[in-house]
Design a protein around this ligand. Structure first.
Ligand code: ATR
Length: 269
């Protein structure tokens, strides 16, 4: 049986095993997919052990995404630009890294809107933001404006990634006038129910507002956005979570799983 794990710390909450098993069922396949706790000092050794034991691959979540990237012998273009990997393919003589998070977001946005020639306002400049900029540009987005609470971080991110397309940093003062078609929250503010300190006008022209975080009830960010613009479509990050897993599955198994049916099951559970 093909064997996989997902690494993280903490890892008990991870839904990846459930998601990958549901994908396998769609194709009548059987696989072993478990959670594995690791530490920064043990991570490389733990991945090496899986490689020796013939595991096909592993997913990697916080805080190991940068380490996973550094460990690899080969990296995809999107992992290289993200500087982080969430998907490792294990071969006897090499480890190949990819980053499927951005594709997870892009695929979920495309279910609702056409991304061609759109202007995206991206809130946050951490790992989640970095990972989705290149995939958004590849999907046809015309312009990405990035805002971050800590200004220095956003300027350097935009400087680095403007080589790939129209990527600009926006200040607090410029935020109200961005007129973006799509607003994406990549900050971790919704984790504790808070909202980034941004001008409410940012939602005025949005057809879609997306929060990468998800929970059973509406996230604090989506609640805030809805108060400013009740015509915009609101989506949380569950589709992105399942979408990044689907892209990992495709890399490992060569088959494209159905995402929506898995989102529906998780939404109800
Ligand atoms: P991730 O990998 O999920 O992106 P990260 O790299 O730790 O996590 O980045 C977290 C992001 O959320 C940062 O952009 C952070 O802003 P700062 O750079 O100013 O710290 C942002 N963030 C977290 N809580 C926030 C809040 N309450 N309001 C605004 N931004 C917040």
């Amino acid at each position: 049986m093909k064997k996989f794990v997902v690494f993280g710390n903490p890892i008990a909450h991870s839904r990846s095993p459930e998601i990958h098993r549901m994908f396998a069922q769609q194709f009548g396949e059987q696989l072993s997919y478990e959670r594995q706790l690791s530490t920064e000092s043990d991570f490389a050794k733990d991945v090496g052990a899986l490689q020796q034991e013939g595991f096909i691959g592993c997913n990697v979540t916080l805080p190991f995404k940068e380490l996973a990237f550094q460990l690899a012998d080969e990296v995809s273009q999107r992992a290289r630009i993200a500087g982080a990997a969430n998907t490792l393919s294990l071969f006897r003589d090499k480890i190949v890294a990819d980053n499927t998070d951005g594709q997870g977001l892009v695929g979920d946005l495309q279910l609702s809107v056409d991304l061609a020639a759109k202007h995206v306002l991206l809130l946050g400049a951490g790992g989640a933001a970095r990972g989705c900029i290149y995939p958004l540009l590849q999907a046809g987005v015309e312009k990405i404006s990035i805002w971050n609470r800590t200004r220095e971080k956003v300027a350097s991110l935009a400087n680095e990634l403007c080589a790939y397309g129209n990527v600009v940093a926006v200040s607090n003062l410029e935020l109200a006038a961005t007129k973006a078609n799509i607003v994406v929250n990549s900050t971790s503010s919704s984790v504790n129910g808070s909202v980034p300190d941004i001008a409410p006008e940012v939602f005025g022209d949005a057809e879609l507002v997306y929060d990468m975080f998800y929970q059973q009830s509406k996230t604090s960010f989506l609640e805030f956005a809805e108060k400013q613009n009740n015509e915009a479509l609101l989506k949380d990050g569950l589709g992105m979570l399942v979408g990044q897993a689907a892209e990992s599955y495709r890399i490992w198994h060569g088959q494209q799983p159905d995402i929506n049916s898995v989102v529906d099951v998780l939404r109800k559970s």
